[in-house]
Design a protein around this ligand. Structure first.
Ligand SMILES: Nc1ncnc2c1ncn2[C@@H]1O[C@H](COP(=O)(O)OP(=O)(O)OP(=O)(O)O)[C@@H](O)[C@H]1O
Ligand SMILES: [Mg+2]
Length: 299
């Protein structure tokens, strides 16, 4: 397909018998912002290193822009920009010199946009890199990546170290990149950020892709929280299909429901509720329920 920017097929990386990434099949479309999530050690950075051709897959492969990520990595890298979570840069250069050098490496830069980004990120380019704080070092990589206007931005926990104001600037930049038709692969632990930016979310757990979809689709995976207050004693709902975590305090009832809600609604409404509230899970709750499932498997 013409609009496919990135595709992996059975992408696998083993260290001995341990699979850091296990048969990943993933497709990212042009202009999409994909959130790549998972607990520590799930295999996110491993995936990114495979995509960048920094490590070799044990089996399977990846295509970026229709090119082989391993065999044609030079051609691939001309069209992508990568931001690691922890910037390793030349300590003796100034910020401005580093931005120049990174632009040379990228081979393309929108100088006007870069100057605008320097202002928006409140970055002081005249200091030596070794004198910058962690967050300020991180800004160098971000400014260089966004100013490259690369077709694909691969970001691995790019906002670690940024303060909330700068995190906001980062979000604007991602949305501008998207508007500009660029594609963004964003690995992050900041669920708010993912919720605000991503068209689709992929969740990795112990090297395996466990869920992928839009936030809307994902929300159905987790329970909806329902609460209601009654004039009299709340009705009995524990036996209803999909209903769990029922708590009754006086005339108030809360519970969670997975799947169709009609049966629960019928019972609640027959008991004439005074108040009723139903709430969809946040990405955070969704996450906790998916991560929690991992612990259940272990025990
Ligand atoms: N060179 C290596 N040798 C052995 N094991 C490795 C190597 N590199 C990574 N791993 C293991 O592969 C697994 C996945 O690591 P990875 O860095 O991809 O996780 P991650 O999802 O990026 O986690 P985090 O959120 O902490 O950044 C981990 O268990 C890690 O210990
Ligand atoms: Mg990582």
């Amino acid at each position: 397909m013409e609009n496919v920017i990135l595709q992996t097929r059975g992408l696998t990386k083993r260290y001995g018998s341990f699979a850091a990434l296990d048969s990943l099949d993933l497709t990212v479309q042009k202009g999409e912002v994909l959130g790549y999530l998972g607990p520590n050690g799930a295999g996110k950075t491993t995936t990114i290193r495979l995509l960048l051709g920094l490590i070799k897959p044990t089996s399977g492969g990846a295509e970026i822009f229709g090119l082989d990520a391993q065999k044609q990595k030079i051609a691939v890298h001309k069209r992508l920009a990568y931001v690691p979570g922890e910037a390793t840069l030349w300590p003796q250069l100034t910020g401005a010199e580093t931005l120049h050098l990174l632009a040379e490496i990228h081979g393309q830069v929108d100088a006007e946009y870069r100057n605008e980004l320097i202002k928006r990120f409140q970055f002081e380019p005249d200091k030596k890199v070794r004198a910058y704080s962690k967050g300020n070092r991180q800004k160098i990589n971000l400014i260089a990546a966004f100013a490259s206007r690369a077709d694909l931005l691969v970001l691995d926990e790019p906002t670690s170290g940024l303060d909330p104001l700068m995190e906001q600037v980062f979000r604007e930049c991602v949305l501008e990149a998207k508007k500009n038709g660029q594609t963004v692969f964003l690995s992050s632990h900041i669920l708010d950020e993912v919720e605000a930016l991503c068209d689709r979310v992929a969740i990795l757990r112990t090297g395996k892709l466990v869920e992928i979809g839009t936030l809307e689709q994902m929300r159905h995976l987790s329970a909806v929280t329902v609460s209601a207050t009654f004039v009299h004693e709340p009705p009995s709902i524990k036996h209803l299909k999909g209903v769990s975590n029922v708590h009754i305090t006086g005339q108030h009832i809360t519970c969670q429901v997975v799947g169709p809600i009609d049966e629960l609604l019928a019972v609640l409404s027959a008991a004439k509720p005074k108040t009723f509230l139903s709430r969809e899970p946040s990405l955070e709750e969704l996450f906790l329920s998916l991560y929690g499932a991992e612990d259940e498997h272990k025990s």
